[in-house]
Design a protein around this ligand. Structure first.
Ligand code: BDP
Length: 688
């Protein structure tokens, strides 16, 4: 292919291991039936041929002349399965779960893969192939896996027809609506990548379905914006796309525009209380299911950044969402309603909670409220959104950003995995101590995790080869939030770069250290954020430093820095459950990494180790830029050990990364010096 295989390279496994795998996997008896099973057979052929040097022999009955074989099918379906595994075990698993077990059957050794859903068999197949790719033994398997999160969705911010990707840094959109229903090879490969890590849904179009805010798009372009995917001719295109993803157990969704009853339906209102509007949505949803029978549902950005919504009719977000939720009654799909809504409050951190928390219990059962991980906007590090602890009666979903809008975009190889671990592990205290976000998200079937997509048309999919690890890690964590960052990173590196220990160590260390470095040079490590350049109109860059642009987010003045978000300040801290409020309210107990998010402190306020705030900021900014130099050195040292194409590509990005980290360091140091008039103890600021 002309583009990269990412972690599905299926490189030949070391000769010493090959025989053992061949013994077990050269013969496979695979159920025929659902389209997913075609995907299973195709993947087995491709994976095993690559890794073991020959395609497996596929049987339609148990092979008799061999000592050992692989068998894949539903419980009770085939004798080597029904006679060795209690079907209840498989039926009891969550949708997508599977069992992978070594058993003896009529004198033969069988590797059995069984699941109650076709999707589960797809996941189990990828799991087995991953074991081979990572060099794990498979002679005595006893694996029982099921997804922790019921929904694991990628939200593409792709603008259909124009093929641009909002916050995409890897080229244009892979989805070619002009040509659909014609299919591209790339759809199949993308579906394989997603299914291999357990993703079960995609929203192929941007949440900005109207003319994107601040865009200079003319009317002709606006006519082609995402809202019009609800037209019948486009739904037929959607079904073509869905037919590919369905083979891999992935359901297709749509971002919709709240004013669609007006724009498409010719009504003069989109008021959710209007019976004609209700009927219009009902008819539209029914029509979609006629065309796309496994349609996943709607994603909605309403009353946010220029998009229409229920506020236009003085209705609440619950009233707004429920008209859509009702339209999904009787269908196997639902509405993902984003909580990314601003309000009147001066402090942006306070706003989403203000708009949503009081609506707990009012949402229709077919509605999920999708909350960004933090209260601001996908910053390098944020406290966890207060909403996760505030809406026990509502199906909540968590929105993460796979693409690196604020973490170095397609250039800096910042791993988001440790950040996501921190978010999912955060104790909300919603139901007393020990109610982490990951548990809040897994109470009911209408919940889950959404990630803002990262892929584009670039040959490497993600802008920088190393950033493929974020798509991989996103899926793995949605499947199992208890996997450690180290485990996920190790799996990804081995499948992507092979098993040379020097390479595995170096690449893993680069990724494991990348997030802290990113925080340090972008913000210093004590809770500042949102100091990036926004740019003029359509040129929203979010990449370069510009701390003077949004002073309200860092609060630097002559006397100190940080924003008072305590109970007596903006009140954000008071939105948490106790004891979190007290904990954040007091600068003595507030964790240092979030200190300036919650507190405005004098420049010479002493931190625990005796350093002053201003000195710590200088030190962190310098440490961050130095860390990037070191990451770059580690990568450069791999020359000759990683193929030249990938090595050179990543090295070039590191050159730019190292410059950009210093640009951030110097811009921020200078700015903080101007405000504080306190020089660096080590003579670095002000510069020479
Ligand atoms: C911001 C992005 C903007 C998105 C918005 C959103 O800069 O492009 O449209 O979030 O999430 O982070 O809707």
């Amino acid at each position: 292919t002309t583009y990269d295989d990412c972690w599905l390279r299926y490189d030949r496994v070391e000769e010493t291991l090959r025989a053992a795998y061949r013994e077990r996997l050269s013969h496979a008896y695979v159920s025929e039936g659902a389209p997913e099973l075609g995907a299973v057979r195709a993947e087995l052929r491709r994976g095993l041929e690559g890794m073991l040097g020959r395609e497996p022999h596929l049987w339609q009955h148990p092979p008799r002349s061999v000592d050992s074989f692989l068998v894949i099918g539903h419980p009770e379906e085939m004798r080597p399965i029904s006679e060795t595994i209690d079907p209840e075990e498989a039926w009891d698993l969550a949708d997508g779960g599977f069992l992978l077990r070594t058993v003896e059957w009529e004198g033969q050794e069988c590797t059995v893969l069984t699941a109650s859903s076709d999707r589960g068999l797809v996941y189990g197949t990828f799991h087995l192939l991953r074991l081979v790719a990572t060099g794990e033994p498979i002679d005595d398997l006893d694996v029982c896996e099921e997804p922790a999160n019921a929904n694991r969705i990628v939200n593409h911010w792709d603008n259909p027809f124009r093929r641009s990707v909002e916050r995409g840094y890897a080229g244009q959109s892979i989805f070619d609506w002009e040509r659909l229903p014609d299919l591209r090879e790339r759809y199949f490969d993308y579906a394989r990548l997603l299914a291999s890590v357990g993703i079960d849904g995609i929203v192929p179009n941007n949440v900005n379905t109207g003319i994107p805010p601040r865009s200079t798009a003319n009317d002709a372009v606006a006519e082609r914006a995402g809202w019009q995917l609800l037209k019948r001719e486009n739904l037929e295109k959607l079904e073509a796309l869905a037919s590919v993803f369905r083979r891999y157990g992935i359901r297709t969704y749509l971002s919709i525009n709240y004013a669609a009853p007006i724009r498409l339906g010719g009504l003069d209102t989109a008021d959710p209380h209007d019976p004609e509007v209700q009927q219009w949505w009902q008819d539209k949803v029914d029509e979609i299911y006629e065309i796309v029978p496994d349609f996943g549902g709607f994603l909605v950005k309403a009353d946010s950044e220029g998009q229409p919504g229920p506020y236009d009719y003085d209705r609440s977000h619950a009233e707004g969402a429920n008209v859509l939720g009702e339209a999904f009654e009787g269908h196997d799909g639902r509405v993902w309603w984003r909580a990314f809504v601003y309000s009147e409050h001066d402090d942006r951190a306070v706003q989403a909670y203000e708009a949503f928390a009081h609506l707990d219990g009012e949402f229709h059962e077919k509605v999920t409220v999708q909350i960004k991980n933090g209260p601001i906007d996908f910053q390098q590090r944020e406290p966890v959104s207060t909403l996760f602890g505030a809406m026990p009666e509502t199906d909540l979903g968590c929105e993460l950003q796979i693409t690196g809008e604020y973490t170095g975009q397609g250039v800096h190889p910042t791993s988001h995995v440790p950040m996501w671990k921190e978010v999912l592990g955060f104790d909300t205290h919603a139901d007393g101590e020990g109610t982490p976000v990951k548990d809040v998200l897994t109470e009911r079937d209408g919940q889950g995790i959404a990630g803002v997509g990262i892929v584009g048309e670039d040959p490497n999919w993600t802008g920088n080869y190393l950033l493929q690890s974020n798509l991989y890690g996103f899926g793995r964590l949605c499947w199992n939030p208890d996997l450690s960052t180290e485990e996920i990173t190790d799996e990804w590196v081995r499948q992507t770069f092979g098993h040379d220990e020097a390479v595995v160590d170096a690449v893993s260390e680069i990724l494991l250290d990348s997030w802290q470095a990113c925080i340090d040079y972008h913000t210093g490590g004590i809770g500042l954020m949102h100091m990036m350049y926004n740019g003029e109109k359509t040129l929203e860059n979010h990449y370069d430093p510009a701390p003077w642009e949004w002073p309200e987010y860092h609060g630097a003045t002559a006397d100190g820095i940080g924003v008072d978000r305590t109970t007596d300040g903006s009140g954000y801290a008071a939105q948490y459950r106790e004891p979190l409020t007290d904990f954040y309210d007091d600068p003595e107990t507030c964790p240092e990494e979030l200190l300036l998010f919650f507190h405005h402190l004098p420049w010479e306020y002493e931190l625990e180790d005796g350093t002053t705030v201003i000195q710590r900021l200088y030190d962190d900014l310098y440490a961050g830029a130095a860390a990037v130099d070191e990451l770059r050195e580690r990568w450069l040292a791999l020359e000759g050990q990683v193929d030249e194409r990938r090595h050179r590509h990543v090295a070039e990005r590191f050159d730019e990364h190292a410059l950009q980290a210093k640009r951030w360091r110097d811009t921020l140091c200078e700015y903080f010096y101007e405000k504080s008039e306190i020089p660096d103890e080590h003579g670095r600021v002000p510069a020479g």
